[in-house]
Write a protein that binds this ligand. Structure first.
Ligand SMILES: [Zn+2]
Length: 287
């Protein structure tokens, strides 16, 4: 499942291809992905110019000059590729050469530049929607989503207020998209470690200083992962958001039984299960 840094890496790669371009022709090869595509999906995209490519939580947002925003979610296995020109496979059968199985190329955006943005998704947990740009924040996708962790609206005091009165462990509260947008299991584990906060602490009992540390750690770990991903963008043939080896730099995630990076305390990374998800942490320095 792509996490926020992967989605941001994909956004940056696609932005260089899509922003300012007109969609000459949009093709939807099936009526649905995870959910049905909206009425007239391909027709509403064809001819539209892309003004900006943004991100909210783990959604990509292509703002169009038609007043709509194309909302895109990668789901589990969704992948964007940029292809140049069609390749003929059989009689009357044209595909884009993207390195992925063309049977799963569900949506194609042909751009004025001659490039084509191809959305391939074998499992179809990804989805796309068209939403009036003015109503984006109140749309069903975003109405209940908290502040962006990298935006100005996220800070220690904001986090402290969001955690107040909640009887769930802080780990679960941070995974709740109403607390902060787009944080997944990996980055919650890493942020809790960096802030030296136990994942078992009750959300309501997180102090002001700990909330400050958590907000800063969340921002730092996401920014580092995005920077690592950005280093893979030079060969942007496939915008799969690979993180340039950042996963090898995790402090706790996936490191059960290994020595804690905190060094001096001689802690060992442990794995526990909270709400059905693995939590990796160091009971010594996050005690
Ligand atoms: Zn430790």
């Amino acid at each position: 499942m792509p996490e926020l840094p992967e989605v941001e890496t994909v956004r940056r790669g696609l932005a260089s291809v899509m922003v300012g371009e007109r969609i000459v022709r949009a093709i939807a090869r099936r009526p649905d992905l995870r959910f049905p595509l909206p009425e007239g999906f391909a027709q509403r995209l064809s001819g539209a110019r892309i003004g900006a490519l943004g991100r909210r939580a783990k959604f990509l947002l292509a703002g169009l000059d038609t007043g709509d925003t194309l909302v895109m979610h990668l789901g589990m296995t969704g992948r964007f590729s940029v292809a140049h020109g069609e390749v003929q496979r059989g009689f009357g059968e044209y595909v884009y050469q993207t390195g992925a199985d063309p049977r799963h190329d569900h949506v194609v955006l042909e751009l004025e530049s001659g490039a084509a943005v191809v959305f391939n998704d074998p499992r179809r947990f990804g989805y796309m929607d068209l939403v009036a740009t003015g109503g984006l924040e109140t749309s069903r996708h975003f109405a209940r989503i908290g502040p962006e962790p990298l935006g100005n609206g996220f800070s220690g005091p904001v986090l402290k207020a969001a955690l107040a009165g909640r009887r769930s462990p802080v780990k679960a509260a941070l995974l709740d998209q109403r607390t902060v947008a787009g944080l997944g299991n990996i980055y919650v584990c890493e942020a809790l470690f960096r802030a030296r906060v136990s994942p078992l602490r009750l959300a309501a009992e997180v102090t002001e200083a700990e909330a400050d540390a958590l907000a800063a750690a969340t921002r730092a770990v996401l920014e580092e992962a995005i920077t690592a991903g950005g280093s893979t963008l030079r060969d942007f043939a496939a915008a799969d958001g690979a993180l340039g080896g950042f996963q090898e730099r995790f402090d706790v995630y996936g490191r059960e039984g290994e020595p804690c990076h905190c060094g001096a305390t001689h802690g060992t990374v442990e794995r526990i299960v909270q709400s059905g998800r693995s939590t990796f942490w160091c009971p010594v320095c996050q005690g």
